[in-house]
Design a protein around this ligand. Structure first.
Ligand code: GLC
Length: 423
């Protein structure tokens, strides 16, 4: 079965429905679940080969007394984030919602709560976009590891995905972002995967030559997304379900400059997605550089925090995010609601633009001057938003900018160009 491109692009959202997400630029990712109790990251069950009968006992301990999604939303809002994405179910199969098709849920844990429901409400109250992460794959099913051998199990796992995605899009009002992970066909349709020498590889030695040969189970991303559109026509969906996606998801790296295809980098504030105590945390400068590099490349940034088992985002992380928000309060107008470019990413930073203004974001000075490539519009005015002086040079008609050493900002020197016409 080949991905039907016509059908896929019919499923894609029109630009008008993506506009809020394009403008938003910055979101909060939350990895939270039973693994947060172990504090060794969200892959602990897999990495340590914890038997299911042991792992599932964690549900009896899962009773997050400090779970306060309003506080999460407030942290996100104060950071200048505009949407949130919470792991409704990760690869361990544990649901943070009251699924009718599973016994492994927060409603049936010690917590006895539908945490997704509370989270959705808090996001909405804070005026943030509501996003859910969902992993179709599920380590509890032998069919994930050996889909040929345990075909029934693989089919059940697939059915669970369809049922739970339907629940998530039916029971919680409007969902703005749906973020799949692990639903690409090579996680299931090619005989399962294994981790060898630090790399994922298919168990099927003939892959990819025999890609999409008959008789194997697939997630059928197109079918899944068609169902989702019938429930929630405007939900923005990523590319990890086997369907092409409204946006693509470079992970733990800055995506390439691309103004054609919507993209979102996902990365972590600390060392891992799921909670690990005392892990390294990014500096303010590092976070802002990441954000600026992503936005000037025309992407969004989904920055992850992993709350503790008790449901709290570490106070030091809350503080760090508040610092990000303070910087954005001053300079966010050069990022939100802009588009990346018009010129590609440069060794020193990059550009954003809005209306008849271009903003050069200079985060490094490998050379003394910044060259503005030629464009049809005329530059009426050049000014710095962060320093005192901009020195202009025009050798052979090319526009070059220079900022005195002492005025160069450690985080971002922002130069605004006002043009005689819109871009
Ligand atoms: C990787 C990790 C997974 C995490 C995801 C987020 O795929 O393995 O645990 O949820 O990144 O993008």
């Amino acid at each position: 079965m080949k991905l039907d491109e016509t059908k896929s692009s019919k499923l894609a959202l029109p630009p008008s429905s993506m506009q809020w997400w394009r403008d938003a630029k910055f979101g909060m990712f939350l990895h939270w679940g039973l693994y947060s109790i172990l504090g060794r990251g969200e892959w602990a069950m897999w990495n340590e080969r914890i038997p299911m009968r042991e792992y599932r006992k964690l549900a009896n301990q899962f009773n997050p007394q400090k779970f306060d999604p309003r506080a999460w939303a407030e942290t996100a809002r104060a950071a200048g984030m505009k949407y949130m994405v919470l792991t409704a179910k990760h690869h361990d199969g544990f649901c943070l919602f009251d699924s009718q098709v599973s016994d492994f849920t927060s409603a049936k844990s010690a917590a006895r709560r539908d945490l997704v429901g509370e989270y959705v409400q808090a996001c909405r109250e804070a005026g943030l976009g509501v996003g859910l992460y969902y992993s179709p794959l599920d380590w509890r099913y032998p069919g994930f590891f050996f889909p040929d051998l345990y075909r029934e199990s693989a089919e059940e796992m697939k059915q669970q995905t369809y049922d739970q995605v339907r629940e998530l899009l039916s029971n919680y009002g409007k969902i703005d972002v749906f973020w799949f992970d692990g639903g690409e066909d090579d996680w299931l349709g090619f005989g399962g995967i294994e981790f060898v020498d630090g790399q994922w590889r298919s168990r099927d030695t003939r892959w990819p030559q025999q890609k999409h040969y008959p008789g194997k189970p697939f997630w059928e991303g197109d079918k899944l997304v068609a169902m989702m559109r019938s429930l929630q026509p405007d939900v923005v969906i990523n590319n990890r379900s086997g369907w092409t996606g409204d946006f693509i998801t470079p992970e733990r790296k800055v995506g390439e400059f691309n103004t054609q295809r919507a993209w979102e980098t996902c990365d972590c504030l600390a060392d891992s997605w799921g909670y690990i105590p005392n892990s390294r945390m990014r500096s303010l400068r590092n976070i802002l550089h990441l954000l600026i590099q992503v936005i000037t490349g025309d992407g969004n940034l989904l920055l992850n925090v992993g709350p503790t088992a008790d449901g709290e985002i570490e106070p030091r992380q809350v503080d760090r995010l508040a610092q990000v928000g303070r910087w954005l309060q001053e300079y966010g107008h050069t990022l939100y609601g802009t588009r990346g470019g018009p010129f590609e990413t440069q060794p020193w930073g990059g550009f954003t633009h809005k209306g008849n203004r271009i903003y050069a974001h200079i985060i490094d000075w490998p050379e003394d001057t910044i060259t503005i490539p030629a464009m049809p519009q005329r530059v009426l005015r050049v000014r710095s938003l962060t320093s005192n002086e901009v020195i202009l040079e025009k050798p052979n008609g090319e526009l070059k900018l220079r900022v005195p050493d002492a005025d160069r900002q450690a985080i971002d020197t922002i130069i605004e160009l006002e043009l005689d016409a819109e871009l």
